[in-house]
Design a protein around this ligand. Structure first.
Ligand SMILES: [Zn+2]
Length: 270
C-alpha cells in the first residue's frame, strides 16, 4: 500500500506551496482536478488533495495565501446573505420548529449529552434556536452579530442562547459542535476545528453539513468541497470517530457526525 501511495504522490503532486489543503494542510501532494465555470461565467481552478481527496478552490485559496482579507469578505457576504426584515422575523419560530438537525443527531447518536452546544457560524441563528429546544446552553458564534441579535430577540428559549463573535473566549467545554454550511467558507478551517475539538468533551460530537461540488455551489468564498473520503479523513485527523455520513440528495449537501472517544477509549492502546 505504501508503495502505491508513494508512486501516485510522486507522479501527480503538483503543489507549489502557493496554497495548502484546507483539510489536511498538505501543500505538495495536490493536483489539478478540473476547471469549472460558475453561474456568472467565472472559471475556477479546482485542485484535489492526494492525501485526503478534498476538492479545493485553488483560485481563491491562492488569493488568501497572497494576502486577501478573507475575514472581512466573509463578514460582508454574511451580512448581505443573512439580512432580515420584519416579515422574516415573524417566521423565526416556525423555521426553528422545521429544523430537523438535532432530531437527526439524537436518532443516529442516542448517547448525545444535552449540556452545551456551540453553533459555530450561526448565520441567522435558526440552528442555534433549534438547539435551544434540547440543550441546556447554546453558544451561537458568528463573525457579525447584527442579524443574529435581531433573530435571537424573537427566538423561543432565547434565554438559553448566548451570541458571540469571539468563540475563543467562551468559558465552557462542549457536548456538541454544530457547524452548518460554514467549513467550506474557512481557508483556515483546521485552525478553528483544532481549537474547537480540543474543547469538545469526551463522547461529544462534531456535526457539520457542507454543500457538495456542483456549479450552483461554486462561489468565491467556498474554498473546500468535501466528499465522503475527505470528511472521514478530517475526522480521523481531529481524533474523532465517524458515526454517520449521509446526504441530502435534494439539495446536494453532505452531513457528517463524528464523536470524540470516551476517556476509556482514549486510554486504550491503539
Ligand atoms: Zn488534504
Amino acid at each position: 500500500m505504501a508503495a502505491i501511495e508513494h508512486t501516485s504522490l510522486l507522479h501527480d503532486a503538483k503543489g507549489a506551496g502557493d496554497f495548502a489543503c484546507t483539510v489536511c494542510r498538505e501543500e505538495v501532494a495536490l493536483t489539478p482536478f478540473e476547471r469549472r465555470t460558475d453561474d456568472h461565467g467565472q472559471v475556477y481552478d479546482l485542485w484535489m488533495c492526494l492525501r485526503c481527496h478534498a476538492i479545493l478552490n485553488a483560485t481563491h485559496l491562492r488569493k488568501v495565501r497572497a494576502g486577501d482579507d478573507f475575514l472581512s469578505l466573509q463578514a460582508d457576504s454574511s451580512n448581505d446573505f443573512y439580512a432580515v426584515d420584519s416579515a422574516y422575523l415573524s417566521t423565526v419560530a416556525d423555521q426553528i420548529d422545521a429544523c430537523g438537525f438535532f432530531d437527526y443527531l439524537f436518532k443516529v447518536y442516542p448517547g448525545q449529552r444535552r449540556g452545551v452546544l456551540i453553533d459555530f457560524g450561526a448565520g441567522r441563528g435558526i440552528v442555534a434556536g433549534c438547539g435551544a429546544k434540547y440543550f441546556e446552553k447554546v453558544y451561537a458564534a458568528e463573525l457579525s452579530l447584527n442579524v443574529l441579535r435581531q433573530v435571537q430577540a424573537v427566538m423561543p428559549n432565547r434565554d438559553r442562547v448566548i451570541v458571540t463573535d469571539d468563540y475563543k473566549s467562551i468559558p465552557a467545554t462542549f457536548d456538541c459542535i454544530a457547524s452548518m454550511h460554514v467549513l467550506e467558507h474557512l481557508p483556515n478551517l483546521r485552525d478553528i476545528l483544532d481549537a474547537l475539538v480540543a474543547r469538545l468533551n469526551p463522547e461529544g460530537t462534531l456535526f457539520f453539513q457542507v454543500p457538495m461540488l456542483l456549479r450552483a455551489h461554486l462561489v468565491s468564498v467556498h474554498y473546500t468541497f468535501f466528499n465522503e473520503v475527505s470528511a472521514r479523513s478530517l475526522c480521523r485527523q481531529l481524533g474523532l470517530d465517524v458515526i454517520s455520513i449521509s446526504y441530502d440528495n435534494d439539495l446536494d449537501f453532505l452531513n457528517c457526525i463524528s464523536r470524540k472517544p470516551s476517556l476509556n477509549d482514549q486510554a486504550r492502546p491503539k
